[in-house]
Design a protein around this ligand. Structure first.
Ligand code: FAD
Ligand code: SF4
Length: 327
């Protein structure tokens, strides 16, 4: 691991100034930054410690929605009573992420900024070709072992899967990322790889996430997060879905539907075609299964990850039907 300087920021302004220095990186829970530094993927010149900054760990929930500070811990947000009742998909996504120990350390801001788990990306010693790590060097995954790679949003430069859970629920419910002076819809915060897979987030040097805001809605209140993975705990998604539904007064006709996918795309993936196909329709299993297939429209596999194209629609359908049962 390369030597670095350590700087404890005295205020948000001081942190922002320090974050603008060349080679500076913010340190929150450290649960992913430190392991990336140890394996030589990240080589910060300066670590700007923001863990103790005041006012950034609050969780405020009201009629209009929730505002969650960037330093709120994943475990605290998952367990917050109003998040559980008004945004069940957000709470469930967090509960199914990582382990209890990590959730107690890791922050919401750090979670949004986590990087891909592509094994080639994380092993520079053995796989020097990685466009995300080293632009223009190639992609070791294409033609390699691809079981965990993306089938949606890929490019010729990179097929790495976005691994997080929380952001999938945030994308479904139109959350907004606060970056101090400006705000960015979470769907725009995550970038497609295109020809620049090294750039994953719409955040500039000298900016930091200060909070996320999730608008309240009936579909967020009746929502769930379903995560399918190789083992039932401490594992990233093979495919996941954040789904929310609002019914008309008859309790069967869908007024609003939100669907986002995790584990299958290069960023948290909003499935609007599936949503549109069911809005105004009665929730009924055959219609739900047919619409769920639209969630993977345009998917392209790289061999071993083909199963995701079949798995993801089933996850979506199961999540929607589960919400129908509780209507
Ligand atoms: C074994 C393991 C399993 C995991 N499983 C899952 C899983 O199933 N699902 C899941 O979603 N996640 C999973 N994770 C990822 C985990 O959730 C992240 O490690 C954690 O959320 C990162 O938060 P942190 O506060 O520790 O961030 P740090 O490690 O401190 O920072 C991560 C990155 O975010 C940047 N950063 C931190 N805070 C800010 C901010 N406020 N503004 C701008 N940039 C910032 C840092 O500079 C760094 O680049 C797993 C991690 C591990 C190690
Ligand atoms: S898929 Fe992306 S992250 Fe993985 S090796 Fe290829 S360029 Fe690197």
């Amino acid at each position: 691991m390369k030597d670095f300087s350590y700087l404890r920021a005295a205020s948000v302004d001081a942190a922002l100034q320090a974050a603008a220095l060349p080679g500076a990186m913010l340190l929150a829970g450290g649960t992913t930054l430190i392991d990336l530094a140890k394996c030589g993927v990240t080589e910060p010149e300066t670590l700007v410690d923001i863990t103790h900054l005041k006012g950034l760990n609050s969780i405020e929930v009201g009629e209009r929605g929730a505002t969650i500070g960037a330093l709120a811990r994943m475990g605290h947000v998952a367990d917050h009573g109003d998040i559980k009742s008004r945004f069940p998909a957000v709470s469930e996504a967090l509960w199914q992420a990582a382990s209890a120990q990590i959730r107690n350390m890791a922050t919401i801001g750090g979670n949004l900024m986590q990087r891909t788990r592509c094994p080639y990306f994380r092993d520079p010693a053995n796989f020097p070709a990685c466009n995300k790590r080293e632009p223009g060097s190639g992609c070791s995954a294409i033609g390699g072992v691809t079981r965990g790679h993306a089938v949606l949003g890929t490019s010729n430069a990179c097929i790495a899967m976005y691994p997080g859970d929380l952001a999938v629920a945030l994308v479904a419910f139109d959350a907004v990322v606060h970056l101090g002076l400006r705000q960015v819809p979470v769907d725009d915060f995550f970038l497609l790889p295109g020809t620049t897979p090294n750039r994953e987030h719409a955040i500039e040097p000298g900016e930091m996430i200060t909070a996320i805001e999730i608008p309240g809605s009936a579909s967020a209140r009746r929502s769930t997060y379903l995560k399918i993975r190789d083992r039932q705990s401490y594992e990233f998604a093979a495919a996941s879905a954040a789904v929310g539904v609002e019914f008309e007064a008859d309790g069967r006709t869908i007024r609003d539907l939100r669907v986002a996918l995790g584990g299958v795309a290069t960023k948290p993936w909003r499935a609007r075609a599936a949503e549109d196909a069911l809005k105004g329709k009665v929730l009924e299993p055959d219609a739900v299964r047919a619409a769920s297939l639209l969630a993977v429209e345009g998917a392209v596999d790289h061999g071993a990850n083909h199963y995701k194209i079949e798995l993801a629609p089933r996850v979506v359908a199961r999540a929607i039907l589960k919400l129908g049962e509780t209507a």
